[in-house]
Write a protein that binds this ligand. Structure first.
Ligand code: M6R
Length: 594
């Protein structure tokens, strides 16, 4: 949700900033811009994409600068609203991620004091406030400006004739990459991967000042030290590696991701799971909170945990929980968030803690904001996920939820050993689906001709119907709805026509017979039906138009195999429709505003 970057060092800042912005583009791509420090502050902006901005740049040997790639909140995507924003003198430039909540009041006040605004953004108040308080020390001016601002922010400021970069964060992520005689500040780790694997994660309330030779972090005016960490990802992991899109690469990485996620947690000799979690935490029930695709993982988790442990599990969308009067007792609250930065999840996490619950975060990003607040953290090992559409992280979340449930499954659950053995086989099963890519692509091209579709399933696969529909909406721009198969007849049947395909996820579990009956009802309304069904299920052929085959697994793992098929289906549907697959319109990877 907006990517920001700052650089100071011995290289030319311009190519470094452009490269970092390309790495941050998944956070927003409505517009972009950079500002370079010289005798004055030179600002370049583009209302569209980074490639266009790059082409418009004049040579500039400045070694200090800032950059921004925007996901619009206040003000439409336009050159005027693109960051960096400057003060009246044009000397101070600021890039910002977050929302200045009191910007209208500040803008009015600053306008009355003679400041002239050129954009509709909330951000523009920041350079004007810094200008107002500047008395020869940029850091001090930033500190005084911070007192006036309410809301969430990670921003970076520079001023012509000060060869330093000043940044601050509150409720928006910010990291410092430490290089050799150079420092980078960025919203996220992938931005700095090309330059360093040494990083400092800033805490809420931190202000940092970097020069090419020094870093100083302060909090409430006091200097503080923050530990340096190593980034666990390699540069190669953040490259397309010959694939047309990151999404396809990330789908293909799933066998490895599944293995990496369970590695180290499953004992080689015993059918035991060790998640290295606190054993002394007592709870009566579980509440799982998440957004988007991670919410779908939570819904699968509810089925799995309840089935294997008999612990009652509730699931809520994080943004809904935040405004609800949910009554929590002796509850373990689990937050699932790939990025660890989603604002709705962060707020939910804080609320759960305030309510006295023990909190566990399942995330992909080491050092992310959620990991700093939660009582316990479980890392999925998906590696950097660059495509806005979550794929491999979703499957890794499912694996972590299986591990969690299996680790708590009562010892007398006789099937535990065989489930663990089957879990180990999942990477091979996923390979088998990837081997059918050409065939699934054909179905994607078929689906691409429709403007509306339903995804249906029952039981543990209902969340996968939601996930299949979300992916098709998100990247192929087809209106799609995920429904429990039994619910269609309670209203949505009115929409079934030969132009409304239905994708049915058919697992060989206790829902099978009823789902077949539902499919027959759908066919009677002449909708084309594509089934995702396991090998050996010959019965299904009689009732549907097409079958996408997935390998046979214990039904508890059927969400994994169905998901891989559906993600490929969505990818090829979007490809056929010529969509911007990795950077779908209006979206951003990490949603750090509520
Ligand atoms: O980083 P998070 O898991 O908290 O993100 C949650 C959603 O924003 C995310 O899953 C979103 O729905 C994906 N773009 C879906 O593909």
């Amino acid at each position: 949700m907006c990517g920001i970057v700052g650089y100071v060092g011995e290289r030319e800042a311009q190519p470094v900033l452009i490269n970092c912005l390309k790495r941050l583009e998944y956070r927003g791509y409505d517009s972009c811009g950079i500002a370079l420090l010289g005798g004055s502050t030179e600002v370049y902006k583009d209302a569209v994409r980074i490639e266009a901005l790059e082409k418009s740049l004049r040579p500039n040997d400045s070694q200090t600068g800032i950059g921004h790639t925007r996901w619009a909140t206040h003000g439409k995507p336009s050159e005027a609203n693109a960051h960096p924003h400057t003060d009246c003198t044009g000397k101070i430039a600021v890039v910002h991620n977050g929302v200045v909540e009191n910007f209208l009041q500040l803008r009015e006040q600053l306008t009355n004091e003679g400041h002239v605004f050129r954009s509709e953004t909330d951000t523009e108040v920041i350079p004007h406030l810094i200008e107002k308080y500047y008395e020869g020390d940029l850091e001090q001016a930033v500190s005084r400006a911070l007192v006036d601002i309410t809301g969430s922010y990670a921003f970076i400021a520079i001023r012509a004739d000060c060869r330093e970069v000043v940044a601050s964060r509150k409720d928006s992520p910010l990291i410092v990459g430490i290089g050799d005689k150079e420092y980078l500040i960025a919203s996220d780790v992938p931005a700095v991967l090309d330059y360093t694997d040494r990083v400092v994660y800033l805490e809420d309330g931190d202000t940092v000042v970097i020069t090419s030779a020094s870093i100083k972090i302060t909090r409430n005016g006091e200097q503080v030290t923050r530990a340096e960490d190593r980034i666990p990802w390699s540069v190669d992991e953040a490259q397309k590696a010959g694939y047309d899109h990151f999404m396809l690469k990330e789908i293909h990485e799933q066998p490895k991701v599944i293995r990496n996620t369970f590695a180290g947690h499953i004992s080689a000799l015993e059918p035991e799971i060790d998640l290295d979690m606190r054993k002394d935490i007592d709870f009566d029930n579980i509440l799982i909170l998440a957004c988007g695709t991670s919410y779908h993982a939570a819904l699968v988790g509810k089925h799995v945990i309840q089935r294997l442990t008999q612990i009652p599990v509730a699931v809520d969308i994080a943004s809904e929980f935040n405004y609800s009067d949910t009554v929590l007792g002796n509850t373990l609250v689990i937050i699932i968030t790939q990025s660890g930065e989603t604002a709705d999840c962060m707020r939910a996490l804080k609320k759960a803690k305030e309510l006295g619950c023990h909190t566990l975060v399942i995330t992909n990003v080491v050092g992310s904001s959620a990991t700093r607040i939660a009582d316990e953290v479980l890392y999925i090992k998906a590696g950097p996920e660059i495509s806005v559409a979550a794929t491999k992280s979703f499957v890794a979340q499912l694996i972590m939820l299986y591990l969690l449930a299996l680790s708590r499954a009562s010892a007398d659950v006789r099937s535990r050993g065989s489930l663990i053995a089957e879990l180990r086989q999942l990477p091979n099963k996923v390979h088998e689906i990837l081997d059918r890519e050409v065939e699934i692509a054909e179905h994607g091209r078929y689906l691409a001709r429709y403007e509306s579709a339903f995804f249906v399933a029952r039981g543990i696969n209902f969340p996968i119907a939601l996930e299949g529909a979300l992916k098709v909406k998100e990247i192929a721009y087809i209106h799609a709805e995920g429904y429990p198969a039994g619910e269609l007849k309670h209203g949505p049947f009115a929409l079934l026509t030969p132009d409304t395909p239905v994708i049915a996820i058919v697992a060989k579990d206790n829902t099978y017979e009823t789902l077949l009956a539902n499919i027959k009802e759908i066919k009677a309304r002449e909708s084309p039906v594509i089934a995702i069904a396991e090998e050996g299920d010959d019965e299904i052929e009689k009732y549907v138009d097409f079958v996408i085959r997935v390998p046979r697994v214990d039904p508890i793992f059927s969400p994994v195999t169905a998901t891989v098929a559906l993600h490929l289906l969505a990818y090829y549907t979007a490809k056929e429709r010529g969509c911007s697959i990795d950077t779908p319109r209006n979206l951003a990877k990490s949603v750090t505003v509520e």
